[in-house]
Design a protein around this ligand. Structure first.
Ligand code: GLA
Length: 388
């Protein structure tokens, strides 16, 4: 949809003209998966697939939301309503409502209603963080339209709070940070323990990142995700009986090995091994990129996938097929699943002149094995949420 179409849709929906158009990106993650809530490092970036919103002020106290993707009814509530939406066809509004509720609770003045027409070209459930894209979109709309003096990282934290407390997924901060702090052509090397971060230009030379989407809906992903968070919490508790640490991100491979007897459980051993090694791999990967050793970066990306498959057990036939098929293609340095797992997307780092071949060959293998099509996108790295 182009900009004019979005304004037209707003007018069709609400019967008045819209005022402003906003965009908020989605995200991919180069490496550092399931490390954020373990106090480790991540290395994500914001992408040009994302969510648009047309905003218009109202002179009453109602918020009216319409999703051009859901095509259901307008969801309407007052600015003082703090209850999460319970009905299945209204739950999507919680990502917006949570941001509004928490900003108001922080004392920010949002004193009149508004209409919002929302449309995303980020495939829903694609593991490209449509939820963080929407949370940070709402945050940006409110920040700009109501002139809120809020630091961007505080807005990111409210995005995570919305996800955790209003929606109910115990996610880490990676997605909201990647989206909210996105910078064109840069990835963000973020220490999730301290929130110290560094922008690093994604210097891939003759290579590019291709996003490979499974097109599978992940219905069980949320409960499995919360299970992994709980398992890592239990592992940490057992390690803390002898180690003075606050997160799994604080230990290296040797320390893990030395104290692994405290875990004494196969599942906890595997989960912890992933959390610890993936964090170290992420640090190594940024060093390899800086040194221009792209082959090493690729191997670390492959290792990340293998660890997510065997130790963290969050992959699946669809994601494995994409990564493993990509490994076989010429010009591919590395490929792995990204995000929470089970469905969603994978990425491949591939030589630019082999990208079309990769999409074709992996597409064929995927169709044969899985029975329906995967989708492919070239990743364009962009800035965080803003008014257009
Ligand atoms: C989801 C969560 C993130 C992160 C990833 C896994 O995308 O929202 O916080 O934990 O999974 O790395």
């Amino acid at each position: 949809m182009n900009q004019q179409t979005l304004f037209d849709k707003y007018q069709d929906t609400f019967g008045v003209e819209g005022q402003d158009l906003f965009f908020s990106p989605g995200r991919i993650n180069v490496i550092g998966e399931h490390t954020d809530y373990n106090g480790g490092h991540v290395f994500p970036c914001a992408i040009s697939l994302g969510t648009y919103a047309v905003y218009g002020a109202r002179d009453d106290d109602r918020v009216q939301l319409f999703s051009g993707n859901m095509e259901g009814d307008v969801v309407s509530f007052t600015i003082t309503d703090e209850q999460p939406e319970e009905a299945d066809d209204r739950k999507w509004a919680n990502y917006f409502k949570g941001m509004l509720v928490y900003l108001r609770q922080r004392g920010f003045k949002i004193d009149h209603g508004f209409n919002l027409y929302v449309y995303g070209n980020l495939p829903y459930g694609a593991g490209l963080s449509s939820s963080a894209s929407i949370e940070m979109l709402m945050g940006q709309v409110l920040k700009d339209e109501f002139s809120l003096e809020i630091d961007q990282i505080d807005l990111v934290k409210l995005g995570q709070k919305t996800e955790n407390d209003f929606v109910g997924l115990n996610s880490g901060i990676m997605d909201q940070f990647a989206v909210g702090m996105g910078k064109k052509d840069n990835a963000i090397f973020l220490d999730c323990n301290t929130l110290e971060y560094k922008y690093m230009p994604l210097e891939l030379g003759d290579y590019e990142i291709v996003i490979m989407s499974t097109n599978k809906k992940h219905s069980l992903a949320a409960s499995a995700y919360n299970d992994r968070v709980a398992e890592c919490g239990e592992a940490l508790k057992r390690l803390q009986t002898k180690l003075d640490i606050n997160s799994l991100g604080e230990i290296d491979e040797d320390t893990f090995d030395e104290y692994s007897y405290l875990l004494n459980d196969e599942t906890l051993l595997k989960r912890t091994r992933h959390a610890v090694f993936e964090n170290q791999r992420t640090i190594q990967a940024t060093k390899a990129m800086t040194a221009g050793d792209l082959e090493k970066l690729g191997r670390l990306i492959n290792a990340s996938h293998v660890s997510l498959h065997f130790d963290y057990e969050v992959s699946g036939t669809e994601l494995d097929t994409l990564a493993e098929a990509a490994w076989q293609q010429p010009g591919v340095l590395g490929a792995r699943m990204i995000g929470g797992g089970f469905a969603g997307s994978a990425i491949a780092i591939v030589k630019k002149d082999q990208a079309e071949n990769l999409k074709e060959k992996v597409g064929e293998i995927y169709r044969q094995k899985v029975g329906y099509d995967a989708s492919f996108y070239d990743a364009e790295i962009v800035d965080g949420p803003h008014k257009l």
